[in-house]
Design a protein around this ligand. Structure first.
Ligand SMILES: [Zn+2]
Length: 557
């Protein structure tokens, strides 16, 4: 049987689903940068925390704050302060005193483009007190941008939670009052404000090519050779390459093929397993490797960009590409590549996978065109119509399974979540692959509709796109939700870093024990008895997470 197959595509006319299309209606053709604005918590982040301070004389900036903020201003980023001030509700200081404090802050730290203050107490149930996302939405609106183009810096979990719930990035700068579990749950942690600012600017810069390609690229070969989720998060980088090449050929593995079919920018797909990437590889077949090399040579690529995860090596494929006669090869490699790579790119740990891949595309001379947000996208023409019998849009999708059992939600927990969601008035669709039917049937029996085995990946994308939220572990459907701009309640097993693999640029609430012993093990099956990272998830927290994401039980959002 032939292992390589190819499909022609007409990508230039492809319409796409995009999170940005839903969120960014008012922003005209934004520049293809990660961030327009930096939102800063006040107490403990910009200035030393003096509880309920109404006295301008007590304002003390944190070390390096002025210079760090001036770096952001010089880079063209707009700045806003987003701050909980429940002292107003409690009568500890007046609005006038607070304005005097803020005037003093600007005297010391320079002007901010917006100040967003929540005056409420927890008991008020407002939608602006962090971790609710209201201040982030308001700040983005006032700054003329969208939350996904904002990054928020704060010192406690409430700050990061508010950022994520709005689909913004969140950087935690811990202080002695930051709780260890808040540090564990944060996807991005910096040692102090200047370090947070340096990393924001570095990431912003990393997705911009320093030089355009030295020669025009007619055909680019791009490679992403593992599972569906991996292929989906590489989508923005592949679009960047497509913007700079006349034709794009994607080499993917069998596990990623269904996702590859959904990516805009791809003209042709070659499917072939790579035994140094596949998690359950067969033996290396020399004849298959020779024929793959020949097949890749026939592509006639004048550039190859090999995308990998941080624990994978691009070098064996680079050797095959060299043997195929390809003489411009770019890849990320910490291992010494000798003469296998023309562009050896390196990325620090912790960068979101889509940005990590975009930075490699940039190193190879490619960037997203203006107006193309760095979000996940799917080809609209590759997604079938949603089956009529699943009902009107506005349901919640619960996807309990995962190809790696360490990242799946335990069925008994998923069952209780379905019950809690149904009790709260949500319509719940339970999805899963053909081999997960027993689990989805059992889980759905608690009050949902069982769609187990009903959909392939494209069909699942259609169902997810009309959901008001998706409850899912760290697995492919989380990225389908991100691509459709559908909020995610992420039941995230910490086997890999949340900052790299969490749902990208979409409103998200993270649940589960981020400090569980499986943390950073990359285990495919849970190494800890009882699967404690997810078995302790409280179904009530899922209901509350949907409330935080403004997903109501009535089906609206
Ligand atoms: Zn409020």
């Amino acid at each position: 049987m032939r292992q390589d197959q190819e499909d022609p595509y007409q990508r230039r006319s492809a319409q796409v689903y995009a999170a940005a299309d839903r969120a960014a209606g008012s922003v005209a053709s934004p520049r293809a940068v990660l961030y327009d604005a930096v939102l800063l918590d006040r107490d403990g982040t910009l200035i030393e925390d003096v509880p309920y301070n109404g006295d301008p004389e007590k304002v003390r900036p944190v070390p390096g704050a002025r210079a760090a903020l001036d770096r952001l201003r010089a880079a063209g980023l707009r700045l806003a302060v987003v701050t909980n001030q429940s002292g107003l509700a409690r009568g500890y200081f007046t609005g006038e005193q607070m304005r005097a404090v803020h005037a003093r802050v600007e005297e010391l730290l320079g002007r901010f483009d917006a100040w967003l203050v929540c005056p409420h107490d927890d008991a008020d149930g407002c939608d602006c007190r962090k971790p609710a996302p209201g201040l982030v939405y308001a700040a983005a609106r006032e700054l003329g941008t969208t939350p996904s183009r904002c990054v928020l810096v704060g010192d406690i979990g409430r700050d990061v939670g508010a950022a994520m719930a709005a689909g913004a990035a969140g950087v935690l700068v811990p202080t002695p009052v930051t709780r260890p579990e808040e540090v564990a749950a944060a996807g991005w942690v910096a040692t102090d404000l200047p370090a947070a600012v340096a990393e924001i600017l570095r990431r912003q810069q990393a997705v911009q090519p320093s030089t355009p390609p030295t020669e025009p690229v007619r055909t680019a070969l791009v490679v992403r050779s593992d599972s569906a989720g991996d292929v989906l998060v590489t989508g923005p980088a592949i679009r960047a390459v497509a913007a700079g090449a006349e034709r794009v050929v994607l080499l993917c593995g069998p596990r990623g093929r269904a996702a590859a079919n959904l990516l805009p920018g791809v003209d042709e797909i070659i499917e072939h397993p790579l035994p140094w990437i596949d998690p359950a590889p067969g033996p290396v077949d020399p004849e298959a490797m020779r024929s793959l090399s020949t097949r890749l040579g026939a592509v006639g690529a004048d550039q190859a960009v090999v995308f990998t995860s941080f624990h994978q090596s691009a070098l064996p494929l680079a050797l095959l590409l060299r043997m195929a006669g390809i003489n411009r090869i770019a890849a990320i490699s910490d291992d010494y590549p000798g003469s296998l790579l023309d562009i050896r790119h390196r990325v620090p740990a912790g960068v979101p996978e889509p940005e990590r891949a975009l930075s490699l595309a940039a190193a190879a001379g490619h960037r997203l065109p203006d107006g193309d947000e760095p979000v996940l996208r799917l080809r609209r023409d590759a997604v079938p119509p949603r089956p009529a019998d699943v009902g009107d849009p506005g349901y919640v999708v619960l996807h309990p399974g995962s190809a790696a059992s360490s990242r799946a939600c335990p069925p008994e927990v998923a069952t209780r979540i379905v019950g809690a969601l149904a009790d709260a008035g949500h319509r719940v669709l339970v999805t899963g692959g053909p081999d997960e039917r027993a689990v989805t049937a059992r889980v759905a029996a608690a009050g949902g509709t069982d769609l187990g085995g009903r959909t392939d990946l494209a069909g699942l994308a259609a169902i997810v796109a009309d959901a008001s939220a998706v409850v899912v572990g760290n697995t492919g459907p989380a990225h389908l939700a991100a691509a459709a701009g559908v909020p995610v309640v992420s039941l995230f097993a910490p086997t890999v870093p949340f900052g790299q693999w969490g749902p990208y640029r979409v409103p998200t609430v993270r649940l589960g024990d981020a400090a569980a012993p499986c943390r950073d093990t990359r285990a495919a099956s849970c190494p800890v008895p009882g699967h404690p990272c997810l078995s302790g998830v409280d179904p009530g927290d899922v209901v509350n997470a949907l409330r935080t994401l403004a997903v109501s039980g009535g089906g609206g959002r």
